[in-house]
Structures are given as structure tokens and as C-alpha cells.
Design a protein around this ligand. Structure first.
Ligand code: SAM
Length: 179
């Protein structure tokens, strides 16, 4: 099954959320999401960071900003996506991952500041990664990994200019196509 995963970051405040939103985007890209949408104040630096990452390290998800989460949610629902909201109050991921793995289009919603009650209601699934409060970055990484059963760890990103040569000590990066 060719799964499509869109990550929707609910809420972004310019400057204040820069670091966390950027990391959500980088995690979404690295862990195989197809697209990232951020609801909130547009931040060109974040879009630029992800774009530069895609140019250097290979083509992955791109990020776009929107101002109305309800419109994006109905847009994706109409396209057949199942909205999955990550929250510590939801059903434990280990209890629902088998069911979620059968769905071919997922809209994964992660919060920032307080998430409106309506998000909990409009989501098809509210899913927790442990029943403890932590972070949207960690929740997203663990969720994407559980959903894809680790398959994303070996994902190849097409069109990369450089790649890492894994070594047990030190750092090795080489231009693509050279030994
Ligand atoms: N009280 C919030 C909640 O509902 O999870 C915690 C806010 S936390 C700073 C920001 C986001 O991190 C949340 O909106 C949620 O998407 C994610 N998050 C935090 N802890 C989580 C958990 N245990 N399971 C799933 N998502 C979590």
C-alpha cells in the first residue's frame, strides 16, 4: 500500500514557536511524511529551512502555511484522509496502530498551544504516545515510526546533493555519485 501522510501542525506563533515548529517539520520530513501544513503566522524562515534541506539532502515533504485549520481539515476529509490527532488524552498508540496501519491516507494533527475541543471531536482518532505530557516533536516521531513499522528508517530521498556515509566514529559526508 502506498500510504499518504500529511502532518498538520495546529498553531504557530512567529518567533516564539520557531524552533519547535522547525523541528516538527524536520521530523515529519525525515520520518517519511509527504507534506506538512502549519496553521498560524507565516514564517518564511521555516519554509526556507525545509526547502534547503530538500535541495541538499534529497526531496522530502514541503511545508506550507495556512490560517484556518477547519478549512484544511474539511479539505483533507473530502479527499478521503482520516484525521488522527496526537494527544496525551487519546487511545494508546500500541492499541490502535494495527487499525491505523490499514488506512492509506492520514492527516496527523499535532498541537502547540492549547488545542480547541473541536479538534478532538472532528478527529477520527485521538492517539496518545504514553499517557504523560511531553512534546509534539517526540509524539510525531514515535507515531510515524510505529505507523510505518520502522520502514521509514531506510527511506531514500531522491535528488540529494550529499549523503552520509555511516561510520562508527567521526563524521563522513560525501557528494552523491562519488566514492
Ligand atoms: N495538554 C496537551 C495535550 O493535549 O497533549 C500537551 C500540550 S504539548 C506542549 C503540545 C502537543 O504535543 C500536544 O498538542 C500534542 O499534539 C503533543 N503531545 C504531548 N504529549 C503527548 C502525548 N503523550 N501523546 C501524544 N501527543 C502528545
Amino acid at each position: 500500500m502506498q500510504r499518504e501522510i500529511v502532518v498538520l501542525r495546529y498553531g504557530h506563533r512567529h518567533v516564539r514557536d520557531y524552533r519547535v515548529t522547525s523541528h516538527c517539520c524536520l521530523v515529519a520530513r525525515a520520518f517519511g511524511a509527504n507534506r506538512i501544513e502549519v496553521i498560524g503566522e507565516e514564517d518564511r524562515e521555516i519554509a526556507k529551512t525545509v526547502q534547503e534541506m530538500n535541495e541538499r539532502w534529497g526531496k522530502g515533504a514541503e511545508v506550507e502555511f495556512f490560517d484556518d485549520w477547519k478549512k484544511r481539515l474539511s479539505f483533507y476529509k473530502q479527499k478521503g484522509f482520516a484525521p488522527v490527532h496526537l494527544t496525551m488524552y487519546g487511545l494508546p498508540v500500541q492499541n490502535v496502530e494495527a487499525e491505523l496501519a490499514k488506512i492509506d491516507k492520514l492527516l496527523v494533527i499535532i498541537g502547540s498551544q492549547k488545542v480547541e475541543r473541536e479538534v478532538y471531536e472532528k478527529a477520527d482518532y485521538n492517539v496518545s504516545i504514553t499517557l504523560q505530557p511531553h512534546s509534539e516533536i517526540a509524539a510525531l516521531a514515535v507515531f510515524l515510526d510505529r505507523l510505518q513499522k520502522g520502514a521509514e528508517l531506510g527511506k531514500k530521498f531522491g535528488g540529494a546533493k550529499i549523503e552520509i556515509e555511516p561510520v562508527s566514529k567521526g563524521k563522513k559526508v560525501r557528494p552523491i555519485g562519488q566514492e
